[in-house]
Design a binder for this molecule. Structure first.
Ligand code: ZN
Length: 394
């Protein structure tokens, strides 16, 4: 009768010794949500973060990876991409989009937000063909235009197809993956696109992201961020050259700080044509830093100055932001902005989405949308990326 008890004791001690599936040992952890910036071990079990502690013995894990001299961060969250890829032969939706998995993990990214490629009419197709097929976690901002980002003027400028009620209905029905409403590329003189987008956001209780497109005197940018948007709404393309940002002495205009104080979120959305060093360098020096760093990844930005998420994050590092701040802006901040606070951190119990990054020192060049160059000495590269505890890039 004693043998089974002894057997049980042996089994439980073996279980205790290999409590964790995977241990990332000796890395420098940056986790803004949990206020960690220091050397920690990170243990993962069954796809979730099981422990983040100063010294977890390797004997407690089935597999241990030495990540000393590397940085361990939450999987990056890129909140402005274009991933409704396919052969639909339409701008942005189709041939101008990229496959999320082709660009995400190699840049430490585990979650991307598609910024408005689909609208309420074609969201089902986007969900079936992209969201449900990619290993990357894909969220969507629904375009206020029912047909989404069609590119052609008859699609994107058609105010008849901007229906806040139907847009909000589809957002609510898919609230697990629809995280916002997108307004983009509207060229007309009225506020109709913005206001209908905000109305959809109000009905679905989600934020609105604005690409203000053509800046016109009839609808000044100042009014967008001071009046039309609600706290928690997002202006993307923060450092676009035409944003009224600096006075003649290169001082940041006070209304921008006022807008931030009322809760407007400013996101980078680098893209092919939406990031200017002439705006960003003086603005950062004066404290007008981004809330979130995002790529605006699509086929025109990926082979130009933007390149990929870690290149954009590295730009901000070389413009003077701290490593802790650039990681916060590409993990916890965007997760919070899209109301998915279960992401963007290494909290115990959360999905084990993890980036292991190396900070490389050397002589690097960075380019903006006007082909201006900036030299830099530091660059982040991804050594390993995990989604739900599985190594998907190494
Ligand atoms: Zn975009």
């Amino acid at each position: 009768m004693r043998t089974p008890i002894l057997f049980l004791l042996i089994v439980s001690s073996a279980v205790a010794q290999t409590r964790y599936d995977l241990l990332l040992k000796g890395g420098y952890v940056i986790d803004a949500k949990n206020h960690i910036s220091g050397i920690r071990d990170v243990a993962i079990t069954q796809g979730r973060i099981a422990a983040v502690e100063e010294n977890i013995p390797a004997s407690n894990a089935r597999r241990t990876i030495d990540v000393s001299s590397l940085y361990v961060t939450p999987g990056l969250v890129d909140m402005h991409e274009h991933v409704f890829s396919g052969s639909m032969n339409r701008e942005y939706t189709g041939e101008a989009c990229v496959r999320a998995d082709s660009f995400s993990f190699r840049s430490g990214v585990t979650t991307v937000v598609d910024a408005g490629c689909s609208g309420w009419r074609n969201f089902g197709e986007f969900r079936d063909e992209v969201i449900n097929t990619q290993k990357t976690r894909v969220f969507a901002m629904l375009n206020i235009v029912g047909h989404g980002m069609g590119g052609r003027p008859d699609v994107e400028q058609n105010t008849q197809d901007m229906d806040p009620v139907r847009t909000a209905e589809v957002a609510l029905r898919n609230h697990d993956v629809v995280v916002g409403i997108k307004v983009a590329h509207y060229a007309g003189p009225e506020w109709i696109a913005v206001d209908r987008g905000v109305e959809a956001g109000r009905l679905a209780n989600i934020p609105v992201m604005i690409d203000f497109a053509t800046f016109r005197p009839e609808r000044p940018f100042q009014e967008l961020v001071l009046k039309h948007l609600r706290p928690g709404d997002i202006y993307t393309h923060q450092y676009l050259q035409v944003v009224p940002m600096l006075d003649a002495q290169n001082r940041v205009l006070p209304y921008l700080f006022e807008a931030r104080k009322r809760g407007i979120i400013f996101d980078v959305g680098h893209g092919a044509g939406s990031f200017s060093f002439r705006q960003a360098i003086p603005a950062l020096k004066q404290g007008f830093i981004p809330d979130s760093i995002s790529t605006d990844l699509h086929i025109d930005s990926m082979n130009a100055g933007m390149k990929d998420m870690l290149n954009v994050v590295s730009k901000f590092l070389n413009m003077g932001m701290s490593l802790d701040d650039v990681i916060a802006c590409s993990t916890w901040h965007p997760a919070r902005e899209v109301h998915h606070e279960e992401l963007g951190s290494l909290s115990v119990g959360s999905d084990a989405d993890v980036a292991v990054l190396r900070l490389v020192h050397g002589d690097f060049g960075f380019v903006d949308s006007a082909n201006l160059r900036m030299k830099g000495e530091r660059k982040l590269v991804a050594e390993m990326t995990l989604r739900d505890g599985r190594v998907l890039w190494i």
